[in-house]
Ligand binder design. Sequence first.
Ligand code: PGA
Length: 253
Amino acid sequence: MRVPMIAGNWKMNTTLSEAVKLVREMLPGLEPIANVDRVICPPFVSLPAVKELLKGSPVKLGAQNMYFEEKGAYTGEVSPLMLAELCRYVIIGHSERRQYFGETGEIVNKKILAALKVNLKPILCIGEKLEENETGQTEAVVTGQLGSSLAGIEDLSRLIIAYEPIWAIGTGRAATGERANEIIGLIRHHIARQYGISIARDLRIIYGGSVTADNTTEFMRQPEIDGALVGGASLKANQFLSIVKQTAEVKGG
Ligand code: PGA
């Protein structure tokens, strides 16, 4: 059985003091919810303070990005080794990174390899653009992204895949549960062909793109969807809590 996961991607939101306040607001509600992996991904600068607040907590910490080199003259970058001391998860290849910061499939692949090397759990984001969706290219795009991102990677046991159609991110226009389930099913099928059925069966594939407390249950009722990567709604303690609670109710054992 795959344990469902809800991860909050705070993006470039919250100052240090705001991050601390938000964690304090959501933690008492989040902690007692069983059978769902709960992860929050604040900005880099807040990771040490949030790590302190999460000490001994079942709620885990993730980063939103990293560079693939371990150290050196890369001004302004954050390395896998730095993150490994602070958190367990790292989002890799988010569409905003691909779109605004020129991340290619090759870079994403190097980052996944580097994250795995230091035992971080990468949350690999893939997803199609609106025009690709409208011209029937979704499957080709996501399987192409999978192929380039996972080149040379044999062990998927620590990987999580987030299917995030780009047209659904931050737009209030989520995919339907049924359609997201179908694409995630295709992704799983593709993984099964490459890596074998049991690896595909154990791999967590979550949905992202305008997930809110109002549509969570629709997504979580789908058998292929193992949770959600939540942007905007993860910045509101009540919303995020409701998303995690509903996930536990629908998927919980
Ligand atoms: P959103 O973002 O929930 O605000 O659409 C999701 C994401 O970018 O991970």
